[in-house]
Design a protein around this ligand. Structure first.
Ligand SMILES: Nc1ncnc2c1ncn2[C@@H]1O[C@H](COP(=O)(O)OP(=O)(O)OP(=O)(O)O)[C@@H](O)[C@H]1O
Length: 254
């Protein structure tokens, strides 16, 4: 029996109206429950690729070729957690509204589900009795709320756009551990964008390496890191500090 991917990109090409090609004929697929890391230097086209999957290209960018096929819904966790939240609405209220509209429950049930989600994501229990505005939470707590908002949509694919870049290293690890355990529990597939190969190696079973809008190599994480075919991949590997606590040890390449 062949496994059907939940997402397929076939020769996807994105361009600005000036006909400048920003993402050039890229192809990859994602299987149910799989984690794929999209890595590459700044400006290589990672975020635009995620946005094309979500169907939400920024103004001034259009799909000029190829196709994105998806069998399940996607939700995105953005890089800047504060920017992704409404600063004028308390967080439990924000999450309750998303659950109410996306899961079509009663308001009372939506609030219960929202509070359960926030608890699962490690937010303080005091939110049950006293809701708080995003400005009253730390950056790490805001990012956990943003992940809860994405998961409230019950996505088949979670798209993560450098979700830990704005956070300090300890909080980065906590958020990554949280995402990993939620993925095991809920079974969503994930595309994780980062310029940090160590984070991608820790999280993802497969990597796609991008440079200047093109995929230059892709493959199973361990073998790609052991035998990178491209000097550019080696350069990305050399530019990150080894993380000795990486699980399994097999992804330590130094
Ligand atoms: N709205 C836009 N209009 C025109 N060009 C854009 C637009 N958004 C992004 N680009 C260009 O597309 C290219 C790819 O951008 P993208 O944001 O996907 O890169 P990235 O790999 O995610 O980089 P980073 O890691 O810095 O976020 C860049 O050259 C960028 O300048």
């Amino acid at each position: 029996m062949t496994i059907q991917p939940v997402l397929e990109l076939e020769e996807l090409t994105l361009a600005a109206p000036s006909t400048e090609i920003l993402v050039n004929s890229i192809s990859f697929s994602l299987e149910r429950g799989e984690s794929l890391g999209l890595v590459g230097e700044s400006g290589s086209g990672k975020s635009l690729t995620l946005r094309a999957i979500l169907g939400l290209l920024p103004r001034g960018v259009e799909q000029t070729g190829g196709v994105v096929r998806s069998k399940v819904s996607s939700a995105m966790v953005f890089q800047d957690p504060r920017g992704a939240l409404d600063p004028l609405c308390p967080v439990v209220k924000q999450l309750t509204e998303v659950v109410y509209y996306r899961q079509r429950t009663s308001l009372k049930a939506a609030r219960r589900i929202a509070l359960e989600l926030l608890e699962r994501l490690g937010l303080p229990a005091s939110l049950k009795t006293k809701d708080r505005y995003p400005g009253q939470l730390s950056g790490g707590q805001c990012q956990r709320v943003v992940i809860a908002l994405a998961l409230a949509c019950k996505p088949g694919i979670l798209l993560c756009d450098e979700p830990t870049t704005a956070l300090d290293v300890t909080v980065q690890r906590q958020i990554i551990d949280t995402i990993t355990s939620l993925q095991q529990e809920l079974g969503f597939a994930m595309v994780f964008v980062t310029h940090n190969l160590a984070i991608a190696a820790n999280l993802c079973s497969r990597l796609v390496v991008m440079k200047q809008g093109r995929i230059i190599e892709q493959g199973e994480t361990h073998s790609l890191l052991r035998h990178p075919a491209e000097a550019y991949t080696q350069m990305l590997m050399d530019s990150v500090l080894p993380l000795p606590e990486l699980e399994g040890g097999g992804v330590s390449w130094k």
